[in-house]
Every structure is written in structure tokens, then in C-alpha cells.
Design a protein around this ligand. Structure first.
Ligand code: SF4
Length: 58
């Protein structure tokens, strides 16, 4: 499995970071980036909660 955040789509709302602080962090550009790909289950939840579908889990 891999977890990706499409930087061009992310609006930096922070929802994914709130749900899965062990998976995502807001980077210097104000966008979410993946810091660990271990917690795929949480990342799937975050993907469903992302308002712009920027998170891909596959
Ligand atoms: S939930 Fe989506 S838009 Fe919000 S910070 Fe995460 S990846 Fe970006």
C-alpha cells in the first residue's frame, strides 16, 4: 500500500492531520505531506474526509 497527497490539490485544511497525526503533517508550503505509510487504515479514513480528494491510498 502507498499513501500519497497530491500537492496541487491539497488546500491545507488540516483534516487529515487531525485524524492521523502519525501519517500526515502540514509542510512548509502549507500542504499536507505523508510522514509515515504504516497506518493505512487511518489514511483511508482521512482520504474519505479530505474535501478535495487529494489523498490517494492504493
Ligand atoms: S484533508 Fe486534504 S486538503 Fe485537507 S490538509 Fe489533508 S490532504 Fe490537504
Amino acid at each position: 500500500m502507498s499513501i500519497k497527497v497530491t500537492q496541487e490539490l491539497c488546500i491545507g485544511c488540516g483534516a487529515c492531520v487531525s485524524l492521523c497525526p502519525d501519517v500526515f503533517k502540514i509542510n512548509d508550503a502549507g500542504k499536507s505531506e505523508v510522514i509515515s505509510e504504516e497506518n493505512v487504515a487511518c489514511a483511508k479514513n482521512a482520504a474519505e474526509s479530505c474535501p478535495v480528494q487529494a489523498i490517494e491510498v492504493k
